[in-house]
Design a protein around this ligand. Structure first.
Ligand code: ADP
Ligand code: MG
Length: 352
């Protein structure tokens, strides 16, 4: 028999009066996963994290960790630690005082506590910073103190709520790398909340896309980016050209779709007559003669992104905009005519 999932959320709902923060959420997570809860503001990410951490009592449903039902346990009795959005450090304590606080509460004595604090600071790259005050370190270093404080108590599962939101882009990228290597070295499961799709891609072994208190999609970043299950997920996981259509024919996993650009093909099990949106990622729109002809389009705007140009082009045949990538050496002047195509394997057909 397979062991139970490390974290199992079963049919959890949470209502605040008329407001539904979570609606029948179920999720199973394996040990050592890096789970990212991704969704727009108000989609229920913090509420779900808080239900797992024990700070919010669900209106219905259960949470189990390592096979044990923890739904009725207080936060302190759970094998979880939560790193809140504002890190909530004690400003009057030193770095070491902050990191050692949880150990002190748990009755870990002097020398042993000090040893663990030193090890935790080393783990987050802050060796030697123990004696500093919280006001004597930078925002990014405070972030790491928060992490060290959360990790030092040895939680089975670390819960992080938008932990990098306050950092500038470079520091955010650096911290992403550090979080990932920390997670690999410790072997813990992390559950990390963000509204940033790039952050989700950079970190997650499992992305959970949330929308209006429900889970829209669960999978690897690659699967969710390439084959999103819903239009919401497709839009939230990055840019795409979106072409309106209606299924006109279907045969063994592929469909023919009637669009303003003519008949296009994609893979899907949808029935004829279904109103759909065809989704094509920018890197899959080609400017050579590909399998599926998308007609001609004129460049409306091109912005240099370093490794490529991001190009917006308008169709000559229909009221249709394309977003695509062109290599840095490609001419991209406004009004330039492009012949566009794609492979039907790259056309994702989703219900509208
Ligand atoms: P996210 O973290 O994805 O931005 P939240 O989980 O904070 O979303 O909130 C989900 C929904 O629940 C929102 O509509 C929010 O206003 C509502 N909500 C969250 N906490 C409370 C609360 N304590 N009282 C009332 N409504 C709440
Ligand atoms: Mg939140």
């Amino acid at each position: 028999m397979r062991p139970p999932p490390h974290l199992e959320i079963s049919n959890v709902s949470k209502h605040y009066g008329e407001v539904t923060a979570l609606e029948d959420v179920s999720l199973a997570v394996e040990q050592g996963a890096y789970v990212v809860l991704l969704g727009p503001s108000g989609s229920g990410k913090t509420t779900l994290l808080s239900v797992v951490g024990g700070f919010t009592v669900p209106s219905a449903g259960t949470v189990s960790i390592a096979g044990r039902d923890v739904t009725a346990l207080s936060p302190a009795k759970r094998p979880t630690t939560t790193l809140f959005q504002d890190y909530a450090l004690f400003p009057h304590m030193t770095v070491a005082g902050n990191v050692g606080f949880g150990l002190k509460v748990r009755g870990v004595a002097g020398a042993e506590r000090e040893r663990q604090v030193v090890a935790a600071l080393e783990l987050v790259g802050l060796a030697g910073y123990g004696k500093r005050g919280i006001h004597e370190i930078s925002g990014g270093q405070r972030q790491r103190v928060g992490l060290a404080r959360a990790l030092v108590v040895g939680p089975e599962i670390l819960l992080l709520d938008e932990p990098l939101g306050a950092l500038d882009l470079n520091l955010r990228r650096q911290m992403q790398d550090e979080l990932l290597s920390l997670q690999r070295r410790t072997g813990r499961s992390f559950v990390h909340v963000t509204h940033d799709q790039e952050e989700a891609m950079a970190l997650a072994s499992l992305v959970v896309v949330m929308n209006k208190g429900r889970i829209e999609d669960v999978g690897t970043p690659k699967r969710i980016y390439e084959y999103p299950m819903t239009l919401f997920t497709a839009t939230f996981m990055g840019e795409s050209t979106q072409i309106v259509g209606r299924v006109s024919g279907a045969a063994s996993g592929t469909v023919e779709v009637e669009t303003a650009l003519g008949k296009l093909h994609g893979s899907s099990g949808l029935m004829p007559g279904t109103d759909v949106m065809l989704v094509i990622r920018p890197e899959n729109v080609r400017t050579d003669a590909g399998e599926t002809n998308l007609g001609s389009a004129r460049i409306r705007e091109a912005t240099f992104q370093g490794a490529h140009y991001r190009v917006l082009a308008r169709s000559e045949q229909a009221d249709q905009e394309f977003v695509l990538r062109l290599p840095p050496d490609h001419p991209v002047e406004e009004g330039r005519l492009l012949k566009l195509s794609c492979r039907s394997a790259h056309v994702v057909v989703l219900k509208r």
